[in-house]
Design a protein around this ligand. Structure first.
Ligand code: FUB
Length: 323
């Protein structure tokens, strides 16, 4: 029987699709009389067409989850080449719309090309703001906390300068607005710091304080969130994510240990969406990733009855689509 080259090509294509789909699924089987099979799709990383890192997740006025990320180049061998923040949105945690680049270093008059590290975002004064660590022209070691604004979550964002008073400090900014409307800035490398911000987001309203968190393993990526009236200060220790709990945005915080102990660096953020808690982070273990070629992933986050957080480990499944 003669089989044409075209038929062979079609057969190979169908075969590879079947194999590809199969490897994308994990079968979880519950036994007991009747067998129920739940198919879990491998959803991590959640963004695959480009490499993204440092995900800063938020639920904005439109009821969608918005995520602002930094970008790792496909061939990156250091962090200098990181350039151009991206915005993504979703309503089901699995399908993400890429809104493209929202701010590039060429649009920051005081900054150098590249060096666009972990951003954070906030909705305030009826506007959307990005705050980001970026190096100043003439000195790559002088990283400042840039501020950019947009009327809409998808940007583009326009740079309006940097926060006065934290110049020269390598920093990963995190902004947190408490229930009384006061907004706090957390930042630092090796030594975590915080201060109340003025409403213009360009000035500190008080002298920066060091954060007492009951341990000595802080390295970078400060993060603050609130749950059941408690304040959770979390961060990356260089080897894993850790956290401490307190009764005020200032602390002092009581050290509670690991959230995400196995990640080299994770730069996480945490939200509750449609009744479920989620942990956003980046991971280097996909498609020839490296510490410079990272990808955004999401896991479920669970609290214990006493408010402590159950440890999180990177999975291929990640989170499943909200129905
Ligand atoms: O992405 C560049 C830097 O690596 C971030 O600012 C740190 O938090 C770490 O993720």
């Amino acid at each position: 029987m003669r089989v044409s080259a075209r038929k062979i090509k079609t057969l190979l294509l169908v075969f590879s699709i079947v194999i590809g789909c199969k490897s994308n699924y994990t079968k979880v089987t519950k036994t007991e009389q009747q067998e129920v099979s739940i198919e879990k799709v491998n959803n991590n990383p959640v963004i695959r067409h480009i490499r993204t890192a440092d995900p800063s997740a938020h639920i904005w006025q439109d009821g969608k989850v918005w995520m602002y990320t930094s970008r790792d180049a496909e061939d990156a061998v250091n962090y200098n080449s990181m350039d151009g923040y991206r915005a993504f949105s979703s309503t089901d945690m699995v399908n993400w719309t890429d809104h493209g680049e929202v701010l590039h270093s060429k649009d920051i008059p005081w900054g150098v090309p590249g060096w666009m590290w972990a951003p954070t975002a906030i909705y305030k004064n009826n506007k959307y703001y990005l705050l980001y660590p970026h190096s100043v022209k003439g000195s790559k070691d002088d990283m400042r906390c840039g501020v950019a604004v947009s009327d809409v979550p998808e940007g583009p964002f326009k740079d309006i300068g940097w926060i006065a008073g934290v110049e020269g400090q390598w920093l990963d900014p995190c902004v947190f607005t408490d229930d009384d409307g006061k907004t706090y800035l957390y930042w630092g490398v090796r030594e975590p710091k915080m201060a109340l911000l003025k409403d213009n987001l360009l000035e500190l309203a008080e002298t920066p304080r060091s954060i007492a968190y009951g341990a000595k393993n802080f390295f970078e990526a400060s993060y603050m969130h609130k749950y059941n009236g408690k304040y959770y200060y979390s961060y990356n220790a260089g080897l894993g994510g850790f956290y401490a709990m307190g009764d005020s945005p200032y602390g002092p915080f009581e050290y509670k240990g690991a959230i995400n102990p196995k990640q080299r660096q994770d730069h996480h953020s945490i939200i509750n969406y449609k009744g479920q808690d989620y942990f956003f982070y980046h991971w280097q273990g996909w498609n020839e990733g490296s510490k410079f070629r990272r990808n955004t992933c999401i896991e479920y986050l669970y609290y214990n009855e006493d408010g402590t957080i159950q440890e999180i480990y990177a999975t291929k499944e990640g989170v499943q689509k909200i129905k």
